[in-house]
Design a binder for this molecule. Structure first.
Ligand code: ADP
Length: 593
């Protein structure tokens, strides 16, 4: 077994290396073992010597016998080096996706047993539904919840529409032009009617298309697409939205993207985007003359997997109804389309969307949120935000879905390494507060602007905690080329600089070649901000070891916010949205010049 050099490594690197090289002694321990016996001789001492301090709450007491004897006062009792090796404990309920449990067991976690264990003896509670405020308030310093309070502002379609409308009013339509025109029923009924008839007049004989969606439902349930006003059924709790009638088609099939986004904290705001995702296809050919055919107009897999064409080998897309995002981008590159430009727009859209709710989300410690952003690309390659899902589906329905296993692994890496980083702050917070919830806007032990670290470091550093030893070199070498200024022209003004018609994409290679150099690597889409600074090669520096800035990457998660020193500062001590928007605009102007 190759042992890491503990002296020259940072704490996180040490942990990462340990996981890679000595799985039995960290997260991957057999579930019923006596963990102290699993310790390689002298490991605890060597970790201490290397300056690695492991939060005492990384593990819970495990033996039932032990528990009968004592209450789990983890903070004091687990300070011994042996506590490092106690297995982490996860808690689930009947709504928890099986893949979560399976990944955690694979990593050596134990499943929480209500009968056998103390009520507080768990480290991570992962379930589909949100947590009650009292559960957030009572969360212990060693525990994590997989939902953040207040995120329905983003995940309910009507709330999302209202928040984005507000942002549009505050910061301009050009920034917030990525959501289709939306009316929230019943309040906006008259506005919608006025818009509908005005458009009808403008279009003359051409038809206009609308989609009506229940504000709270998911999986395509209760959706109606219509063109004629007489087909519109008004209902409470619905939104009516402009139907994007010119979607990018692949082999004549409509598709949308499922982008995974993990917010590890709202105060300070910290956003990661997963560099792999899903492309979900309709299973019947797109046809505007039949708006009732859900298999042609809705891309939800829950609908399409039961369609007659699901199993058939379909033109270009093949069998089933999903691709990975990397396959999609590689398909775009084969048509000389600039996938990096599209990816940057998506990152920006994610930041701008989360910024819309971040100031009003209550502070809460020890929780994170995985969001599923549904994004439709039109035939001019403009991305449109359809909705944001909480608890995005983690079911494994087909071979493409296996990426969700890695996704869960990477979430655990992200959360637990961040937890490690926040050790000092969390510990002192935990001892000085009874409540972890603070509805006031004050920040929770954040940094001052002068604590911030250089931009290059923030956006360039790679981490070494993946199972794959080569990951550092990979992350550095696959950086996309810095985007030429021309690529970004028109992005914010909505003037796309290349157009591929739906027909062309489906049938033949576009005649007008894109001006953009296609990327040669399979996974070229690193963070927008990484590409900006990747010319300056710096030696990897793990800022988080000082407890000062978020990790730039964990597995396939890439930090997209904060993206520079100024936004790091603006996200602390109260979120300064105006300042952040200015920075985004500055960055874009810089790329334009
Ligand atoms: P749900 O929560 O029910 O999945 P979505 O908003 O994601 O609701 O819509 C379901 C599907 O309907 C999407 O995946 C997409 O294929 C289609 N869709 C939704 N809104 C639009 C729109 N404005 N334009 C075109 N297609 C849309």
């Amino acid at each position: 077994v190759r042992r890491p050099d503990l002296r020259s490594s940072t704490p996180t690197q040490v942990l990462g290396s340990l996981r890679t090289t000595t799985p039995a002694c960290t997260l991957n321990v057999p579930s019923e073992a006596n963990y102290t016996e699993q310790l390689p001789a002298g490991l605890g001492a060597r970790l201490q010597e290397a300056g690695v301090s492991i939060p005492p709450w990384r593990g819970c007491p495990t033996s039932t016998l032990e528990k009968k004897k004592r209450k789990p006062q983890l903070m004091e009792e687990d300070e011994s080096s042996g506590a490092l090796l106690k297995p982490l404990v996860f808690r689930v309920d009947e709504t928890t996706p099986p893949v979560v449990q399976s990944v955690l067991l694979e990593r050596g976690w134990n499943k929480f047993d209500e009968q056998e264990q103390n009520a507080e003896d768990w480290n991570l509670y992962w379930r589909t539904s949100s947590f009650r405020m009292t559960e957030h308030i009572n969360v212990k310093p060693w525990q994590q919840l997989n939902h953040h309070p207040g995120t329905t502002k983003l995940t309910r379609k009507d709330c999302l529409a209202k928040h984005l409308k507000h942002m549009r009013r505050m910061y301009g339509t050009s920034l917030y032009q990525f959501i289709p025109l939306t009316f929230v029923m019943p309040n906006d009924y008259t506005k919608f009617v006025a818009e509908y008839f005005q458009e009808r007049q403008m279009l003359g004989t051409k038809r206009s298309y609308w989609i009506c969606k229940p504000a709270e439902l998911s999986r395509g349930r209760g959706i109606l697409i219509f063109s004629d006003f007489k087909d519109f059924i008004v209902d409470d709790m619905y939104i009516v939205q402009k139907y994007i009638s010119n979607p990018l088609l692949i082999g004549r099939y409509k598709c949308d993207l499922r982008i995974y986004v993990c917010v590890t904290g709202f105060k300070p705001l910290t956003i990661y985007v997963y560099q792999e995702g899903l492309v979900r296809f309709a299973t019947e050919k797109f046809d505007l003359s039949n708006l009732q055919n859900n298999y042609a107009h809705l891309t939800n897999s829950s609908i399409n997997k039961s369609g007659a064409s699901y199993e058939k080998i379909k033109e270009v897309i093949g069998h089933g109804c999903k691709w990975t995002l990397s396959r999609f981008f590689s398909y775009l590159r084969s048509w000389d389309v600039d996938d990096l430009l599209l990816w940057k727009k998506i990152h920006r859209m994610v930041i701008l969307t989360i910024l819309a709710i971040a100031p009003s989300v209550p502070s809460a410690a020890n929780c994170f949120e995985l969001f599923g952003f549904d994004i439709l690309i039109d035939d001019s390659l403009k991305p449109w935000l359809l909705e944001v899902n909480c608890s995005p589906a983690l079911t494994l329905d087909c071979s493409t879905d296996v990426l969700k296993r890695k996704l869960v692994h990477d979430i655990i890496d992200l959360i637990y390494l961040n937890g490690l980083r926040n050790e000092g702050r969390e510990a002192s917070n935990a001892t000085h507060r009874n409540s972890n919830i603070d509805t006031a806007k004050s920040d929770r032990g954040g940094l001052d602007a002068h604590d911030c670290l250089p931009y290059e470091s923030l956006s360039f550093t790679s981490r070494m905690y993946n199972k794959d030893d080569s990951v550092v070199e990979k992350a550095v070498s696959v950086h996309p080329k810095a985007a030429p200024a021309s690529q970004l022209e028109g992005e914010m003004s909505g003037q796309e600089d290349f157009h591929l018609s739906t027909k062309e994409m489906a049938q033949s290679k576009p005649k007008i070649r894109s001006r953009h150099t296609p990327h040669k690597t399979l996974m070229p889409y690193a963070s927008l901000f990484q590409s900006h600074s990747c010319k300056t090669k710096t030696s990897p520096r793990v800022l988080s070891d000082h407890g000062k800035a978020p990790d730039p990457q964990a597995g396939n998660f890439v930090l997209v916010f904060p993206f520079n020193e100024a936004t790091l500062g603006a996200s602390r001590n109260g979120l300064n949205v105006k300042r952040i928007i200015q920075e985004l605009q500055k960055l874009m102007n810089k790329q334009h010049s």
